[in-house]
Design a protein around this ligand. Structure first.
Ligand SMILES: [Mg+2]
Length: 177
């Protein structure tokens, strides 16, 4: 089982999205939903779908919202949340991992770095002003052995395995006919 420990504030929203979307989300209401960074959410969604990765909510949102409700609202495959302990977030993640020996691969994404030393090779730190960047996404893909371009929809054809071709393939083929 592959698991992503997901923080929300500073990852799926940011100073950047707050200014652009006129506020930070506090819930999944019709007012709150547009305040998430929809690109960041979509990138995580693509990684999970392509890599067969499940989400464990490590964000403080797990205290005010059930992990299942978080998954349903953001369309992410959440399966659990980390426990609330007195230590740092890394302790909560370590505690969850100890209880789940079936985990074969994991990664952590968070804008805070309160992780344990042994977790740092699997940790992707975002900048809370920016939220999840493309570089952060690519790093997560690499940790899970997922080709980042495979997360793109079919219409984006990959040239040379390196570069995306942005033309709509169907349209081009239609033109040629
Ligand atoms: Mg955070």
């Amino acid at each position: 089982m592959k698991v992503l420990f997901l923080d929300i504030d500073g990852v799926l929203n940011s100073t950047r999205s707050c200014i652009a979307n006129k506020g930070y989300p506090h819930d999944f209401s019709p007012e709150g939903m547009p305040m998430f960074d929809s690109i960041a959410v979509s990138l995580i969604r693509g990684l999970c779908a392509r890599g067969g990765v499940s989400v464990v909510v490590s964000s403080a949102w797990r205290i005010t919202h059930h992990w299942d409700a978080i998954g349903r609202a953001l369309e992410l495959p959440t399966m659990d949340r980390t426990p609330s302990l007195l230590g740092v977030r890394g302790d909560e993640i370590a505690h969850w991992l100890e209880a789940h020996p079936e985990v074969t691969q994991y990664a952590i994404v968070d804008d805070d770095a309160d992780m344990l030393p042994e977790q740092f090779p699997f940790f992707v730190k975002t900048d809370g002003h920016e939220g999840l960047s493309y570089a952060n996404f690519a790093q997560l893909c690499s940790l899970f052995g997922v080709n980042q371009y495979d997360c793109a929809p079919n219409r984006m054809r990959i040239a040379s395995g390196v570069k995306l071709v942005w033309e709509d393939i169907d349209l081009l083929e239609g033109d040629a006919a």
